[in-house]
Design a protein around this ligand. Structure first.
Ligand code: FPP
Length: 248
């Protein structure tokens, strides 16, 4: 099936967020260790970034490492960090060639220094690209992010720079690490889990959710295009009635 040709290019989500899940189970199915699954997962990342460029998705946020992932066995955490450094280093010329701008959200200071340095270098090198913005969520959790936003706002109130009655949802948004990006219209989670696991809780308020049984290493371009098609067949009502939407 050629899913790409069925996509209406005029109604592509501007921002897609993905929880890449199932690397460990995929590796087990192959009789390999979990880290092998993460390595194969990188090939899916590459394909999905390319797919975004092909179809016109402007922002792609990938949940690459959650705050909770620090509690995994040390060998797996170390392997994931090494993989991140190696992948960013290897892929940066390719990202640059394809007009991809790299960004990162999360508690980046908690990452190993080598990872922070590699990330910053790639962010600098790709800063002027504009075809797709690839946002890696690293040591990220939404509750951490919202707590930080509230702390910053409380500080402004304490210093007399902001009145509590002037706080709106835009104020909270302004202090999230995603302040510079539009909210995702589509959130995809692979591997059959139906949770959002502390990912973009605020930003996904009106997103469409797409869950698939496919494990992340098997989630390639066609699966992504299928998710976009599913999104295009939905009616987004934002709390209104169906009649209000069609009469508009
Ligand atoms: C979830 O699968 C995957 C992760 C926690 C890590 C995702 C990382 C990559 C795909 C590689 C590096 C990414 C980039 C952006 C370079 P899991 O381990 O939870 O799988 P399981 O649920 O089957 O155990």
């Amino acid at each position: 099936m050629n899913y790409l040709s069925q996509i209406n290019k005029a109604n592509v989500p501007q921002h897609v967020a993905i929880i890449m899940d199932g690397n460990g189970r995929w590796a087990k199915q192959q009789g390999e260790d979990r880290v092998f699954g993460h390595h194969e997962g990188v090939n899916s990342v590459r394909e999905i970034v390319e797919a975004c460029a092909e179809v016109g998705v402007k922002y792609l946020t990938l949940y690459a490492f959650s705050t909770e992932n620090w509690n995994r066995p040390k060998e797996e955490v170390d392997a994931l960090m090494e993989l991140l450094v190696a992948t960013i280093s290897l892929e940066t010329p390719n990202l640059n060639k394809n007009g991809v701008k790299l960004q990162a959200i999360g508690d980046l200071k908690s990452l190993p220094q080598s990872c922070q340095d590699e990330l910053q270098e790639s962010i600098n090198i790709t800063a002027n690209n504009s075809k797709v913005t690839l946002i890696l969520a690293l040591s990220y959790s939404s509750k951490w992010e919202i707590t930080n936003s509230v702390k910053e706002i409380a500080q402004l109130v304490k210093e007399g720079k902001l009145k509590p009655e002037d706080i709106t949802s835009s104020t909270i948004q302004k202090y999230l690490c995603t302040a510079n990006y539009p909210d995702p219209e589509l959130m995809i989670r692979t591997s059959g889990e139906h949770r959002i696991s502390n990912f973009l809780l605020w930003q996904l308020a009106y997103a469409e959710f797409y869950f698939t049984e496919v494990l992340w290493p098997d989630f390639r371009k066609d699966e992504f295009f299928k998710a976009i098609l599913s999104y295009q067949n939905r009616e987004r009502r934002f709390g209104l009635t169906s009649d209000q939407i069609t009469n508009n």
